[in-house]
Design a protein around this ligand. Structure first.
Ligand SMILES: N[C@@H](CCC(=O)N[C@@H](CS)C(=O)NCC(=O)O)C(=O)O
Length: 226
């Protein structure tokens, strides 16, 4: 499918992706929007596994995203950008919250919350537990940040006790941003910190056809099955 915004431009956006990394947010978002895109799937971490990757993206991280002259490296910002730029008018329910809708501020808050509050502590668990060096002495750091992550779920848990989705009672980019943070928690074996309603919300998101399509791409490089 090609969106109206895309029909007007000559290029397709391109994403550099590692399976089950933050670039999944971007891939999932493009699948939800139904836009055409180019995709480069890579083993993790690409700054070691892909020759010349740091010349392309000097951070060495994923996602890396190019759309014409725009080069982006922040997964949530890319979802925000894609929604605003490529929202297809044919989609019955917008997956973007506009400035004129009551939940606009909440929408931005959930988008930022997904990384600044939820994946931040998980990154320490990833670094010092899941992908730690054999002689790593930082097990306590990982344990402490797991507790931090668990405590920071309170806002989401309370919200989901009265809402099916995060904003305006419909699926939006905010659910993609937060949904990835919860998906990562399961990969890091932190599921026992998710309440029943958070786990049910994540299950519902992971059953979406766009999520399932995104999860077929680059699976041969899944870093969590090594
Ligand atoms: N804030 C960035 C973080 C990007 C990031 O750190 N990505 C991780 C994967 S989830 C990465 O590329 N790590 C490999 C490395 O640092 O070499 C975002 O949300 O996209």
């Amino acid at each position: 499918m090609t969106s109206n915004a895309q029909k007007k431009s000559f290029h397709k956006p391109k994403l550099w992706h590692c399976y089950n990394s933050r670039s999944l947010r971007v891939l999932w978002a493009m699948e939800e929007l139904g836009i055409g895109y180019e995709l480069e799937t890579m083993p993790f971490p690409p700054r070691y596994t892909v020759d010349g990757y740091k010349e392309l993206n000097n951070l060495g991280t994923v996602p890396y995203f190019v759309d014409g002259d725009i080069h982006m490296t922040e997964s949530v910002a890319i979802c925000h950008y894609l929604g605003d730029k490529y929202q297809n008018e044919d989609i019955a329910e917008s997956i973007v919250i506009s400035t004129s809708e009551p939940d606009y501020g909440n929408y931005l808050n959930w988008l930022y919350h997904s990384d600044a509050t939820l994946t931040f502590p998980q990154t320490l668990v990833l670094r010092y537990r899941e992908f730690s060096a054999i002689d790593c002495q930082q097990g306590q750091t990982a344990d402490d940040y797991e507790k931090w992550f668990a405590a920071r779920l309170i806002r989401l848990d309370e919200h989901l006790s009265t809402h099916e989705y995060l904003c305006e009672n419909r699926f939006t980019m905010a659910d993609i941003a937060i949904g990835f943070a919860l998906h990562l928690a399961t990969l890091l074996k932190l599921d026992h910190n998710l309440s029943r309603q958070i786990a049910d919300y994540l299950d519902k998101l992971r059953q979406r056809p766009a999520f399932l399509r995104a999860q077929t791409l680059g699976k041969e490089f899944d870093p969590f099955t090594r």
